[in-house]
Design a protein around this ligand. Sequence first.
Ligand SMILES: NC(=O)c1ccc[n+]([C@@H]2O[C@H](COP(=O)([O-])OP(=O)(O)OC[C@H]3O[C@@H](n4cnc5c(N)ncnc54)[C@H](OP(=O)(O)O)[C@@H]3O)[C@@H](O)[C@H]2O)c1
Length: 285
Amino acid sequence: MSQDPPQTPEPSFELKRPKPMTARYPADEPPRRLAPPPPRKVVVLGALSAMAAATARLYAADKGRLILVARHEGRLQALADDLRARGAAQVEIETLDLAVEAASAAQRMRAWSETLGGLDHVLVFHGYLGDQAAASSDAAELARIIDVNFTSAALWCEAAAGVFRTQGRGALVAVSSVAGDRGRQSNYAYGAAKGGLALFVQGLAHSLAASNARAVALKPGFVDTPMTEGLKKGGPLWAKPEAIAEAVRRAAERGGPIQYAPGFWRWIMLAIRSAPAFVFHRTRL
Ligand SMILES: NC(=O)c1ccc[n+]([C@@H]2O[C@H](COP(=O)([O-])OP(=O)(O)OC[C@H]3O[C@@H](n4cnc5c(N)ncnc54)[C@H](OP(=O)(O)O)[C@@H]3O)[C@@H](O)[C@H]2O)c1
């Protein structure tokens, strides 16, 4: 009896019907959002600067507790009222000159920490562009540019780090500048002070690395604020203080010790730093 050879199944070319997509995020469900940052306890130095006020408004909207430090009591009061109306849980003001009082920075920072019950973020905004032409012949103007932008800023940064070391946490953001990336004829005193501040903060970040604390030097490009009045503004290189405020707020939560704002300035400054002197010296930058 002959046996039929075993039947091999015909290959099937029928396309499998795809499984119906089960929507993971159905359209009628609200989109998922990142959790808002928790309310922060913040010291804002140079709080009346346009960038600082814009940043303080972001913290106020998150129900933060703030200490505002600047030189004009009336304007500080007005800013504090505005921040309370925007949701800040607590706003204290301190009227002082941050250059004159820098020697007492450590003691004041500890007192502010006690007032707020610890510090989450310390933000250093105060700065002085100065007049390079005058500074070249006027030692007082040169000393002022270096003192406000470097010496006093460094002392306040170190004071913040002192509190963070004790707490084992905290974040410092100090506003430096892209002007600190290469010395230029138009503002080398200011640029040197801001560049020095960035190096100082970078070192501070290194010294804090073993703890849960951080330090960031934020380098804005051109920003439309009172400091730049008199310059021709507009165009894609100019940012509003609100945009820098967002960058400061982000930098206080995460990221490395040197951050550019807006971020594209990293690449512009890379090109400017890389230009050979024989090319650079032909410009009037
Ligand atoms: N605008 C830009 O294009 C740009 C670019 C890069 C970096 N930055 C830096 O960004 C920061 C914020 O500046 P801004 O653009 O927002 O300009 P701004 O509105 O002119 O702010 C500068 C602030 O620094 C304060 N200040 C100066 N010396 C002080 C002192 N000894 N004690 C206390 N406060 C003092 C000024 O207070 P008074 O009102 O009392 O003088 C002013 O509120 C500065 O560090 C600046 O160097 C600015």
